[in-house]
Design a binder for this molecule. Structure first.
Ligand code: GLY
Length: 381
């Protein structure tokens, strides 16, 4: 028995590059360089008698759907796959309804489990279906974009967009496991790869100044996608998120700090009809929030420009064209980050330390939006 356990551990550790333990609520975040270690991780979750359903979008399905489905062979009672059309516009209750129907047809009961394979949309939708199907079944996150690996796969926020409002309907539902194949980062297109950096830099900015410095020092290797450097980066980035979520899983307090850059970012995302990637909008929102932090004399001018310019080498935007500042202000105020009619803004007290501020005025928000608004005049200056 001991020997069997020992050899299982050996097999697992050969695939695992590193593991983080989310202690409260408890699950593992496994970093690997292939999908194959998933087999052993599922054994550890005792899936032998379970039905498993991979939920993925049409694009990720083409890339990894069959490979992951194959890995489930012999590891569970039955393995099936549900594929929905790719795109943020499908992050809706209608897609969730499709998942419910499929699970009912396939006879899924409360002991069975979903596997979210893909980016943030797949993770959030699958998590929400898992939170609500039969009042809750287990699910595993297998994020395949840098953004979902760095952010949305950890911490159990699940949900859908509703009437154009991002993540307006949802639930907290922690996964049983987060399995990250960092190897997939090599194949992401540049725009999608770099969009992930907004959340990674956010983790340094709000909580870990040394990590932020490390990102600057390792910029070249990161842009070259050196796997060893990416591993260290992801472990350090995910550790920030892990610690914040552990302390405040349901966002009663400090977890809101993770929304740095998201207040104005979500408004731009909506105003631009989701043409810009989430990470690109978070970068713009982060620049705006850093600008307000400077104007409120929390950051120095030098720090503001350092934060702003840090996004540039990662090909993230620091200005955006064709936005109407008043429209962005209106959308900012209709975002769910309001509390008793006031916007809960996340500002930087210094690099590596974020604070929640409820005193930001409309004028300050408009000035920040104007700072990131790339006008025709700028273009000809
Ligand atoms: N993306 C912010 C959070 O997980 O709380």
């Amino acid at each position: 028995m001991m020997e069997e356990k020992h050899s299982m551990e050996e097999e697992r550790s050969s695939e695992r590059m590193q593991v983080l333990y989310q202690k409260k609520p408890c699950y593992e975040i496994v970093f690997s360089k292939t999908f194959s270690g998933l087999r052993e991780e599922l054994s550890a979750l005792e899936c032998g008698e379970k039905r498993l359903c991979i939920v993925t979008d049409s694009k990720v399905d083409e890339l990894y759907g069959e490979e992951v489905l194959h890995l489930l062979d012999g590891k569970c009672k039955k393995a099936v796959k549900y594929v929905f059309p790719q795109g943020e516009e499908n992050k809706t209750l209608d897609t969730v309804k499709g998942i419910y129907r499929f699970l009912i047809e396939e006879g899924f009961d409360r002991k069975d489990m979903l596997l979210a394979l893909g980016g943030g949309v797949a993770g959030d939708i699958t998590g929400y279906a898992a939170a609500t199907y039969l009042r809750g079944i287990d699910y595993v996150q297998i994020p395949t974009t840098l953004l979902s690996q760095a952010d949305s796969s950890i911490g159990g926020k699940t949900g859908v967009d509703f009437d154009g409002f991002k993540n307006m309907v949802g639930a907290f539902k922690m996964p049983r496991l987060v399995y990250m194949n960092l190897g997939v980062l090599q194949t992401l297109d540049d725009r999608q790869y770099f969009a992930g950096f907004a959340e990674i830099m956010k983790h340094g900015l709000i909580r870990d100044a040394m990590f932020y410095e490390w990102l600057i020092e390792n910029m070249y290797e990161i842009c070259e996608r050196d796997l060893n450097v990416l591993q260290e980066m992801m472990v350090r980035s995910c550790n920030v998120k892990r610690l914040v979520v552990e302390k405040d899983p349901t966002e009663q307090g400090d977890r809101a700090l993770l929304n740095f850059g998201h207040t104005i970012g979500h408004a731009i995302e909506k105003a631009k009809n989701f043409e810009l990637y989430h990470g690109e909008c978070v970068a713009l929102g982060a620049v705006a929030a850093a600008y307000i932090s400077w104007k409120k004399e929390l950051l120095t001018m030098e720090e503001y420009y350092e934060v702003r310019d840090m996004f540039v080498p990662f090909y993230l935007p620091i200005s955006v064209d064709n936005i109407d500042p008043r429209e962005i202000l209106r959308l900012t105020k209709s975002d769910k980050k309001m509390e008793s009619g006031r916007i809960k803004f996340v500002l930087l007290k210094k690099i590596g330390k974020a604070v929640i501020d409820r005193t930001v005025t409309d004028e300050e928000i408009l000035a920040a939006i104007n700072e990131i608004n790339f006008s025709e005049e700028d273009a000809h200056a």
